[in-house]
Design a protein around this ligand. Structure first.
Ligand code: A3P
Length: 326
């Protein structure tokens, strides 16, 4: 075998160890063997120290924008395919390898005070993501934002319609969330994509099998919306970032947008684009009722998880979603 060409060796190897066909990128800096063969131009500092993992439609772009305003925090450079998100740990990008990922991050002048991060909102519910993140970034802190899973599903539906998804355009929100297993496949697929990320406890438990709870911060998305200054102060403490950046000087509520926006040097405000904080009619009661029922066991598990994690406050949206009244 030692004289066989590399492809033959590889074929034989994967016949013996089929489970290793799917790569897992480890951190070269945590492994002497890798360090020895790694190019000297590479630096482990060019990897994120924390990740905003989503889920989608909970305010992740607002958080990303606010974090990037911080003088000591830098995000990845934009991707041509996925814009602000790299989406490395889920989907096909993972197979592009470590160099591909690291090229998104700038080289820092001072890696002790500067923090790199990325946010990809689909990481939250990706089956393989926690395991992959743990292999590469075992010390990374993880930030997730949660809002009512029912409202999240509705916001996702609106977003999907604006992106002209043919199934979303053809069916009402209620049709999608009430589709049963005899419904056409494309409708069932859309229902799953709409509803599955909202099974919060299930996804968080998966993250917690790979990461200690001290590395995870859960942000209440309603609070991020109403009090981003308080949320950003708390988050900086969790990330151990000093000095604390005073967001009260840099964020202001914009009544026209109905959200907090960035204060510019000329004192005007710069808000997120039209596709964030969209105006649409509120969810109908029938859909909300159905979703409350659908998410009941997941929300109950989430309350238990919050208690286990030592959170003293249960978010109001979670109490509302679990209450009997509309
Ligand atoms: P809607 O557009 O449904 O209102 P994401 O960036 O994860 O896709 O989340 C989008 C949601 O962020 C928006 O959903 C909006 O409610 C929420 N959001 C929170 N803070 C915001 C802000 N300051 N500006 C705009 N949208 C914000």
């Amino acid at each position: 075998i030692t004289s066989a060409p590399p492809t033959t060796i590889a074929e034989k190897y994967f016949r013996l160890y089929p489970e290793e066909k799917d790569p897992i990128w480890g951190n070269p800096c945590l492994d002497q063997r890798h360090m020895k063969i790694w190019s000297h131009n590479k630096s482990c500092e060019q990897l994120p120290r924390f990740l905003v993992i989503g889920p989608q439609k909970t305010g992740t772009t607002a958080l990303y924008t606010f974090l990037a305003m911080h003088p000591n925090i830098s995000s990845n450079v934009p991707s041509i395919e996925t814009f602000e998100e790299i989406q490395f740990f889920n989907g096909h990008n993972y197979y592009k390898g470590l160099d591909w990922y690291m090229d998104f991050f700038p080289l820092l002048k001072d890696s002790t005070t500067q923090y790199l991060f990325e946010k990809s909102a689909t990481y939250f519910d990706g089956e393989l993501v926690p395991k992959r993140v743990q292999a590469l970034l075992p010390h990374a802190k993880l930030v997730t934002i949660l809002i009512s899973p029912a409202k999240r599903a509705y916001s996702w539906y609106q977003h999907t319609k604006v992106h002209r998804d043919p199934v979303a355009l053809n069916y009402s929100f209620y049709d999608i969330i009430s589709a049963n297993d005899s419904a056409p496949k494309n409708l069932r697929d859309l229902r799953n994509r709409c509803l599955n990320p909202g099974k919060y406890a299930q996804h968080l438990e998966r993250w917690l099998t790979y990461f200690p709870m001290q590395q995870l911060q859960i942000i209440d998305g309603d609070q991020l919306r109403s009090d981003p200054i308080g949320v950003m102060t708390g988050l900086q403490k969790f990330l151990n970032i000093t000095p604390i950046y005073d967001y009260s000087q840099h964020l202001r509520y914009d009544p026209r947008k109905g959200f907090f926006c960035q204060v510019l040097k000329n004192d005007n405000t710069k808000c997120l684009g039209r596709n964030k904080g969209r105006g649409y009619k509120p969810m109908d009661e029938k859909s909300y009722k159905l979703l409350k029922r659908f998410y009941q066991s997941h929300n109950t598990a989430l309350v238990k998880l919050f208690k286990r994690l030592g959170y003293r406050m249960i978010p109001q949206w979670l109490k509302d979603d679990l209450s009997d009244s509309m």
